[in-house]
Design a protein around this ligand. Structure first.
Ligand code: ATR
Length: 279
């Protein structure tokens, strides 16, 4: 029986088991998908003994994504560019390989939920400069010729990311984010703001064109204050759950040999696990 897992610290909140177990059942695959809570200091040893633990591969979540990349014998272009891996697998010789499917997940979902997003796109605004922003920027740069603005509370972090992706990303002061929305056909929140238990993202959408697509990577709640405000003024919106579902596809295919589908039924299954106000 093929077995994979998600490794994190903490890992309790991870929705990955819900997604992969759903697909295992749907496709009638004799496989399993577990949760593994592994401390940062134990991560290298755990991954080094992945096969001994019974696994053919794993998803990796916080805080192990950078370590996962460095432990792998090979890593794909996305993982190298993003500087982190979220998907691991062992080959027939027991060698570890790494991929990052976050950019794939974000872009595939954006294409599915707002297929018009790149039509005549002049500029996009990305908010935040953490690991999620790096994945989103990597995906965006490959998919569009449009100008990409990046604003982050701590400007130095935005500068560092922009430098990685030079010359495609232009840093905008956090204080200037609202005014800069005037030419943007796409706005993406990659910060943790708006998540249940966190402050809402502080943004004024007045200058944003009404046909601009507004995407949030936060999925709990499904409708963040940003998405509520955007929908209210008529902007098309893309929530963060789709990214989570789509990023799981390549790993499942790699481990279990079937390319799974992201369906409304899978989405409903995961939505049911979110906090009540999300539904
Ligand atoms: P991840 O790697 O998951 O993206 P992270 O590195 O903790 O997470 O980044 C969180 C993002 O949310 C950062 O861009 C952070 O801004 P700073 O770089 O200035 O810390 C942003 N963020 C968190 N709280 C914020 C707040 N109250 N106002 C503005 N931005 C905030």
């Amino acid at each position: 029986m093929a077995k994979a897992c998600v490794i994190g610290w903490p890992v309790e909140h991870s929705r990955s088991p819900l997604i992969h177990r759903y697909w295992l059942a749907q496709y009638g695959i004799d496989g399993a998908y577990d949760k593994e809570a592994v401390r940062p200091e134990d991560f290298a040893a755990f991954v080094g003994a992945l096969a001994e633990h019974g696994y053919i591969g794993a998803n990796v979540t916080l805080p192990h994504k950078e370590a996962a990349l460095h432990l792998a014998r090979t890593a794909d272009e996305a993982a190298i560019a993003i500087g982190a891996a979220n998907t691991l697998w062992l080959d027939a010789d027991g060698h570890l390989h790494a991929s990052n499917t976050d950019a794939y997940g974000f872009m595939t979902n954006l294409d599915a939920e707002a297929p018009q997003w790149n039509e005549g796109l002049g500029a996009a605004m990305v908010l935040g400069a953490g690991g999620a922003a790096r994945a989103v920027l990597y995906g965006l740069i490959k998919a569009t010729e449009a100008k990409i603005f990046l604003a982050n509370r701590t400007r130095a972090r935005a500068e560092a990311l922009a430098h990685l992706f030079r010359p495609r990303v232009e840093v905008v002061d956090w204080e200037a984010r609202n005014a800069a929305l005037g030419t943007c056909g796409l706005l993406i929140n990659t910060t943790s703001l708006g998540m249940t238990g966190q402050a809402p993202l502080d943004i004024d959408l007045t200058a944003l064109p009404q046909d601009a697509v507004v995407a949030d990577i936060v999925y709990n709640p499904l409708l963040t204050p940003l998405l509520v405000a955007a929908a209210k003024r008529g902007n098309p919106t893309v929530d963060g759950l789709g990214m989570l579902l789509h990023q799981a596809v390549p790993g499942f295919e790699r481990w279990f040999g079937v390319r799974p589908e992201v369906t409304p039924a899978l989405r409903a299954h995961v939505v049911a696990s979110l906090s009540p106000e999300a539904a």
